[in-house]
Ligand binder design. Structure first.
Ligand code: 4NP
Length: 160
């Protein structure tokens, strides 16, 4: 792979779903020897939790599957849509909010729903686990593992 592929995961608060996506993808990227060719980050459409570590419940569920979530929350900004190659959002609300940062629709093609990459699940969105129970965090990880496995194939594809 000749140049670094830049991948950004986006949710609402950047403390549950997108940091978990970042952690799962980082793990898969390292397992596949791709760490030097894929840059991974995450952000939230809201800035409420800026600077915070991922939610403790999300961190615990992820760690139990071997994923260490080390990120600090930050808010999505318009420049991210320019500087990343692919921006994967967790739900339709995130999609609307991310697209609102691109009023001229310059980056529509690179902003997509994460579940577009899922093949073992029929869900279209990664449900927000924040106000729910433990099973919600497990569901998030199930969906993320499915999509991130396919994302590895995607980032390995030959590019011109
Ligand atoms: P996330 O979950 O978007 O997956 O990080 C949420 C985190 C915080 C809040 C909502 C969703 N909140 O309302 O503070």
């Amino acid at each position: 792979m000749s140049s670094e592929f830049r991948l950004l995961f986006v949710c609402l608060g950047n403390i549950c779903r997108s940091p978990a996506a970042e952690g799962v993808m980082r793990h898969f990227v390292e397992e596949n020897g791709l760490a030097s060719s894929v840059h991974i980050d995450s952000a939230g459409t809201a800035g409420w939790h800026t600077g915070k570590r991922a939610d403790e419940r999300m961190r615990a569920a992820a760690l139990a599957r071997g994923y260490d979530l080390a990120s600090r929350a930050r808010q999505l900004k318009a420049e991210d849509l320019l500087s990343f190659d692919l921006v994967l959002v967790m739900d339709e609300e995130n999609l609307r909010d991310a697209r609102a940062l691109d009023p001229q629709s310059l980056y529509t093609e690179k902003v997509k729903l994460f579940c577009d990459f899922c093949t073992d699940h029929s869900e279209r969105q990664v449900p927000d686990p924040y106000y729910g129970g433990e099973e919600g965090f497990e569901k998030v990880l199930d969906l993320l593992e499915d999509g991130c496995r396919n994302l590895i194939t995607f980032v390995k594809r030959p590019r011109v």
